[in-house]
Ligand binder design. Sequence first.
Ligand code: FPP
Length: 250
Amino acid sequence: MLKFFNRNKQNTIDELDINNLPKHIGIIMDGNGRWAKKRGLPRSAGHRAGAKVLEQITRDAGHLGIRFLTVYAFSTENWKRPSDEVEALMKLLSEYLDDYKRLIGDEDIRVKIIGSYDGLSEEIIAKIKNIEEQTKNNSAITLNIALNYGGRDEIVKACQKISEKIKDGSITPENVTEDMISENLYTNYMPDPDFIIRPSGEYRLSNFLLWQSAYSEFWYSNILWPDFTRDDLIKAIIDYQKRNRRYGGV
Ligand code: FPP
């Protein structure tokens, strides 16, 4: 798929090892508010610019050969934001769910939403089901949009499902395994993220993929998400490729 990229001297892509790509990249799309503030715009304009960047980065990641991209769009804690910002974010997400071609164009991108339906409107839930159905046969890359997602909430829900099985006697507490927990998370159809990118100068996980990130490599940068480019993605992956992943071994 690298044919989509212009291989020339200035291009960082020459340094990329296509045989050592992360299978799954997570992105915390942070810095939209600050990007908007710097321009005297409302925060919602920053989120809109961030969504535009997501359109491009999803395609770029697919062309590079990344199989799974998970982006943090709205956390279970984001409900605490001012109501006009929550409304603007929900409206934006709703627009993209409706007009999913805007997000994926004619590309081979499967869209999945991970997170809780609790607190989401019936209308949004129907749109989530529709976009998942419409794109279910696409296979080059899966874009997982974390919407109303919280890592702790996800683990609690997995524990509840497993507890039901203990209650009905189908398993005993000793039968509970790490794999069983993974299988009961929203992300059970994908590998754990190899690499998590957080732009905007913050150095925290913010309840994103808590269980799944046990051995993820992290990449931080001061770039605000709406300014993030394909070149930044490539540079981040090149940096990832220099890491020595030991998974607790030597
Ligand atoms: C964090 O930046 C960003 C969010 C809470 C929302 C991210 C959502 C998008 C980019 C839209 C996604 C669209 C689709 C279609 C999935 P912040 O607001 O906390 O920024 P700040 O730290 O500068 O204030």
